[in-house]
Design a protein around this ligand. Structure first.
Ligand SMILES: [Zn+2]
Length: 305
């Protein structure tokens, strides 16, 4: 599942590509992937084909002015009153190909033996055709993601946007701010705390594991067992790990592909996530995993206390 570094990578790469592009046409191959208005969408939904027709009709001829992000929600701003909100959920992908490279073969899953494929693939559900011949493809294997069309007036009513906690890479996310948030959740287990988007935006299973390794804390410690020093280390770890992951274009551990079709390389630097049973890169102990609250946390039993 893409987390903040992966979504930030997508936004950084798409912004210069999509800016000032004019939408010639939109092909919605699977109606349930698109929606109109700010309402929250259930994963299982039955969208009428008429919605897809209206979605495409409204966007035809509009120009992209900006691509940005709030938490894991991608916001494509258009000239006039509309924006498209894209949430990738479990397995969504956005891939951009310019006119010259429409035949580029792309490996859609991070499996070295998998053959690269042309787009549209079986998992392609929405295609944007731009007037200069370039295309943006929305792929989604598990079909939980969405592209939602909202007006400027509707944007403040999108519940997800109202509920997200602060952006961890924002300059305003200070130690003081972090302390006040963490101290409000004394009984939470620390991994669970990090993964709740209402506390801090954009951290999931991968980066909570890596942040906790950096802070030398076990994932099942409770917030109220942490010393001030440990909380400060945790705060530093959030910016350090997420920042490094952005520099390495995120982690392609499953189906994360950059808009160019290339993979993120941060997965090679993981210290604990996905490494249970392997040796700790620092002390050589075997990385363990524990389950709680339906989540698995990986940690080094020696480096993390
Ligand atoms: Zn270790």
């Amino acid at each position: 599942m893409p987390e903040l570094p992966e979504v930030e990578t997508i936004v950084r790469e798409l912004r210069p590509k999509l800016r000032n592009k004019k939408i010639k046409d939109i092909r919605v191959l699977l109606p349930k992937m698109v929606a109109l208005g700010p309402a929250t969408l259930p994963n299982l939904r039955n969208t009428s084909g008429l919605v897809a027709v209206k979605f495409a009709k409204t966007l035809k001829g509009l120009k992209v002015t900006n691509v940005k992000r709030r938490a894991k929600l991608i916001i494509i701003d258009l000239a006039g009153k509309y924006s498209i909100l894209v949430h990738l959920k479990m397995t969504g992908q956005l891939i951009f190909l310019d006119k010259k490279h429409l035949n580029k073969q792309i490996r859609l899953l991070n499996i070295p033996t998998l053959k690269p494929s042309n787009l549209p693939a079986k998992s392609t559900h929405v295609i944007f055709d731009f007037t200069d011949g370039s295309r943006l493809f929305y792929n989604d294997f598990r079909r939980f993601g969405y592209l939602k069309l909202v007006t400027d007036q509707e944007l403040p009513h999108v519940r997800e946007l109202q509920e997200y906690g602060p952006e961890p890479l924002d300059i305003n996310f200070t130690t003081g701010k972090f302390m006040s948030i963490v101290n409000k959740r004394p009984k939470a287990k620390i991994k669970q705390f990090l993964m709740d988007p209402k506390n801090i935006a954009g951290i999931g299973n991968i980066y909570s594991d890596e942040i906790l390794y950096y802070a030398k804390l076990r994932p099942n410690r409770r917030v109220n067992s942490l010393t001030t020093q440990e909380k400060k280390k945790l705060y530093l770890g959030i910016a350090k790990i997420l920042g490094d992951a952005v520099v390495h274009y995120g982690s392609s551990v499953g189906d994360f592909v950059r808009p160019s079709g290339d993979w993120g390389t941060y997965g090679f630097l993981h210290k604990v996530y996905g490494r249970a049973g392997e040796k700790c890169k620092v002390c050589g102990s075997i990385i363990k995993s524990i389950k709680f609250n339906g989540r698995t946390g990986s940690f080094c039993p020696v480096c993390q206390k």
